[in-house]
Ligand binder design. Structure first.
Ligand code: AP5
Ligand code: MG
Length: 227
């Protein structure tokens, strides 16, 4: 059965890092709404122009825009083979819209991975993160200090929303608008909490184990629905 994964967690939890690996290993389409928006800003599209200031302030882009973006992306044929959502849903209306899309589409239940990391560690990670201006890849935080991307040779710099004031706003917005989603999902049998405050390989190991387990339970739920 095609896996449908949501990677939840605060800014800096490691959603991008782990999401890219998991999607690659499992053959899933990774849909990072933050990356889609940053691409739109880089391309100076109408959406990009509209969301630039909102992202710069660390606030959330409006639900209608985000739901429209994800609805369109999930309708593409490659997403039918399984997907991993990174950064969506981020509000209860987004989660409700996603449930409606899933119901229309049939298929198995959503597997929800909620990555937890203490506040101070999030602040540390975001304050030190360097990202490639060309391909958007994070520099290896454990690698040698460099200004050049190891993947494409592009220049590494700080993400515009990683300065101290904006980070503080993003974390506040997460607590107020996104953390309530834990309540929304936590009673589902396919919801799992991941300890993101460990070395990346250990996070990956824990995530794989929890995902396998959630997928088995998800398949049982899917069969029960059909019978
Ligand atoms: P988005 O791009 O989604 O940003 P975010 O959620 O704030 O998360 P980050 O990308 O900052 O962190 P991450 O969890 O991916 O961590 P990473 O792997 O990079 O969204 C940006 C903006 O777009 C939002 O603020 C909002 O304005 C808008 N937006 C997007 N989606 C939206 C939606 N659905 N609705 C409304 N608005 C939306 O890791 C962070 C750092 O830590 C890296 O340096 C990494 O190398 C390092 N690291 C990772 N894992 C570890 C580890 N285990 N140990 C040590 N360091 C680690
Ligand atoms: Mg990210």
């Amino acid at each position: 059965m095609a896996l449908r994964v949501i990677m939840m967690g605060p800014p800096g939890a490691g959603k991008g890092t782990q999401g890219a690996r998991l999607a690659r290993e499992r053959g899933l389409v990774r849909i990072s709404t933050g990356e889609i928006l940053r691409d739109a800003i880089r391309e100076e599209s109408a959406t990009g122009e509209r969301v630039k200031a909102v992202i710069g302030r660390g606030e959330l882009v409006d639900d209608d825009t985000m739901i429209g973006i994800v609805r369109e992306r999930l309708a593409a044929p490659d997403a039918k083979q399984g997907f991993l959502l990174d950064g969506f849903p981020r509000t209860v209306p987004q989660a409700e819209a996603l449930d409606r899309m899933m119901a229309e589409d049939g298929g198995g239940p959503l597997l929800v991975l909620d990555v937890r990391v203490p506040f101070q560690e999030l602040v540390r990670r975001l304050g030190t993160r360097r990202v490639c201006e060309m391909c958007g890849t994070n520099a290896d935080p454990f690698g040698p200090l460099t200004t050049v991307c190891g993947h494409c040779g592009g220049r590494l710099s700080q993400r515009t929303d990683d300065n101290r004031d904006v980070v503080s706003e993003r974390l506040k917005v997460y607590e107020q608008q996104t953390f309530p989603l834990v309540e929304y999902y936590k009673s589902r049998p396919t919801f799992r909490v991941v300890n993101g405050n460990q070395p990346p390989e250990q996070v990956a190991f824990e995530m794989n184990t929890l995902l396998e387990d959630a997928a088995v339970v998800g398949a049982q739920v899917g069969r029960a629905r059909l019978s």
